[in-house]
Design a protein around this ligand. Sequence first.
Ligand code: ADP
Ligand code: PAZ
Ligand code: K
Length: 254
Amino acid sequence: MLLVIDVGNSNIVLGIYDGDTLIRDWRVSTDKSKTTDEYGILFHELFHLAGIAFSNIKDIIVSSVVPTLTGVLERLAKQYFNTTPYVVGPGIKTGMPIHYDNPKEVGADRIVNAVAGFEKYRTPLIIIDFGTATTFDYVNKKGEYCGGAIAPGLAISMEALFQKASKLPRVDIARPPSIIAKNTVNSMQAGVFFGYVGLVDGIVQRMKAEGKDNPKVIATGGLASLIAPESTTIEHVDEFLTLEGLRIIYLRNK
Ligand SMILES: Nc1ncnc2c1ncn2[C@@H]1O[C@H](COP(=O)(O)OP(=O)(O)O)[C@@H](O)[C@H]1O
Ligand SMILES: CC(C)(COP(=O)(O)O)[C@@H](O)C(=O)NCCC(=O)O
Ligand SMILES: [K+]
C-alpha cells in the first residue's frame, strides 16, 4: 500500500492507496509545533482505528508547502515506516515541464494538482484549489504548467474582516439568503461568498482570454463544493485531485 500525504497550511491530508484505489483518507490540522513523535502517535491512532498496520505501507510520497513539516514527515517515514519517502520537489520526475521564472518556487501542491488534472482529462485546464490560499493553475494543451494566480483564501479573507474591524464578529463561511443582506453576519457572508464567486469567475475569464486554448475548469480543496454551484466557470469538482496526483507522481518515480 502507498501512503500519500499533502501538507497544506491549514490541513495535512493523508490517503492510503491499495493499487489505484483510495481506501482511506484523513484530514488533520497542520501544526508546526508538533514533533515527529507527536505526528507518529496521531498517525498510529488513525491507522489503528482503520485496522491498518504501519507495516502494510510499502512507500510514502509527500507534497508540502510547509517546509518545517517536510522534515518532520521525512523523519516520521524513516522512524515509523522504515522507508525513505518521495518528496515532491527537486529530483522528482513529474513528467510536466514547468514554465515559471524559477520552477523551484511553485508550490508542490500546485504541481501535483496540475499533473493529476492533465493525466485525468488530457485537455488544457485551469485548476482551482480552495485552500488557505486559493490557487489557479493553467495547463496548456501540450500538458505544460504555465503558471497561474494566488489569491487570499475564503477563510483567511473572512478572518481578516474579524481581525481588523472592531465591530465585526467571527462568522462562518456560508451562502447568505440574499446579496442585499439585513444583518452584520449575513452582510459579511454576502461580501465574502459572492465576492469570492466573482473573484473566481473573473480570474478564470481573464486566464481563458490570455491562454486561448479553451481550458476545462476544475476545482478542488476544502471549500470547492461551496463555491462551485454558484460559479459560472467551474465545470467539475474533484475532491481528491491532490492525493491522486501524488499517486501518479509516485508511479513515475518508483
Ligand atoms: N470540508 C470542509 N468544509 C469546510 N471548511 C473546510 C473544509 N475543508 C477545509 N476547510 C477549511 O478551508 C480552509 C482551507 O483548508 P484546506 O483546504 O485544508 O487548506 P490547505 O490545503 O491550505 O491546508 C481551512 O480554513 C479549513 O478549515
Ligand atoms: C500558494 C500556496 C501558499 C497555497 O498553499 P495552501 O493554500 O494549499 O496551503 C502554496 O502553494 C505555496 O506556498 N506556493 C509557493 C509560491 C508559489 O506557488 O509561487
Ligand atoms: K492544498
